[in-house]
Design a binder for this molecule. Sequence first.
Ligand SMILES: CC(C)(COP(=O)(O)OP(=O)(O)OC[C@H]1O[C@@H](n2cnc3c(N)ncnc32)[C@H](O)[C@@H]1OP(=O)(O)O)[C@@H](O)C(=O)NCCC(=O)NCCS
Length: 178
Amino acid sequence: MKQSSAITIRCLEYLGEREVQGLSDVLLDCVEGGASVSFMLPITRGKADAFWRDTAASMARGERVLLVAEDAAGTIVGTIQVIWAQPENQPHRGEVAKMLVHPQARRQGVGAALLRAAEQRAISAGKTLLVLDTANEDAERLYARQGWQRVGVIPDYALWPQGGLCSTTILFKALRGA
Ligand SMILES: CC(C)(COP(=O)(O)OP(=O)(O)OC[C@H]1O[C@@H](n2cnc3c(N)ncnc32)[C@H](O)[C@@H]1OP(=O)(O)O)[C@@H](O)C(=O)NCCC(=O)NCCS
């Protein structure tokens, strides 16, 4: 899947040490830049690495897929996940999570390309509904551009990395006929 001549989107089968380090670089810069994506400051590299190793174990159990955006040198500049693991009465549903683009790679369409590829992957897996939540207004505009519907806002849902409560917005996208 090509986004432009410079960026390639790839669905990873497993995470080796190179991928863990590259993903941690992106996660650390996003959290240190203020993104509310489950982590508080200060965030250590050890904590970031442990998160991606847990993600790798979950991928190996077939609970989720992870896609990366890589630049021409093969450096990971962005990532997104689709979580398949849902209750048995929701086999048609997936959850989009951890869309992260390195600050230096933003505003070039990398996030949009990752989202398109994640949706395509979900369609290929037979999913008809995707859901997500986000505390990021830039991300919310991106989702809206790609046809996601805004359900509403939950106030005081989580903490910003530096502290202080932040709200989250719930969105969904029906994939049937996409
Ligand atoms: C949200 C996030 C993933 C967006 O990634 P991104 O790669 O910058 O996304 P895109 O480039 O596709 O779109 C971002 C903006 O750049 C614009 N853009 C895209 N390609 C462009 C180009 N070639 N030239 C100029 N602008 C461009 C888009 O129109 C969009 O504009 P807008 O902010 O006015 O709506 C990124 O900001 C991020 O990682 N944030 C921190 C982590 C986070 O909070 N993630 C959300 C979790 S749900």
